[in-house]
Unconditional design. Structure first.
Length: 101
C-alpha cells in the first residue's frame, strides 16, 4: 500500500550572508512574513496545503549559551495549530559552523 501524498511548502527562516559574506539578509523580513505571516497561513489553509516547513528564525530564538527566546515560536505555531497546518519544524538547517552571527 502506498503512503498518502503530503503536499507542502515552506517559509525560509535563514539569514544568510550575501555579497561575499558582507551583508546578512533576513529572509522572513524580505518576504514581509513578520507583518503578514497570519495572512500567509490563512492562504495555505484556503488552498489546501496542510504541511509547512517552518521554524522560528534562529538569530532571535538562540540568545546565547543555554538561553532561548520562544515567544515568536509560541505565537506562530499556535496560529498554525488553529489553522490545521502541520508544521515540519526547522530551527536551523545549515551544518554547525557554517553560519556566522
Amino acid at each position: 500500500m502506498m503512503a498518502p501524498l503530503m503536499f507542502g511548502t515552506g517559509i525560509e527562516n535563514s539569514i544568510p550572508t550575501v555579497k561575499g559574506g558582507i551583508v546578512r539578509v533576513d529572509e522572513m523580513a524580505k518576504c514581509d512574513h513578520y507583518r503578514r505571516g497570519r495572512e500567509g497561513f490563512a492562504l495555505l489553509d484556503e488552498i489546501g496545503v496542510g504541511y509547512l516547513r517552518y521554524g522560528p528564525p534562529m538569530r532571535t530564538t538562540f540568545r546565547g549559551s543555554g538561553r532561548y527566546e520562544w515567544e515568536f515560536a509560541d505565537v506562530t505555531f499556535g496560529h498554525l495549530v488553529r489553522t490545521n497546518i502541520v508544521p515540519i519544524v526547522d530551527l536551523c538547517h545549515f551544518p554547525p559552523g557554517t553560519v556566522r552571527h
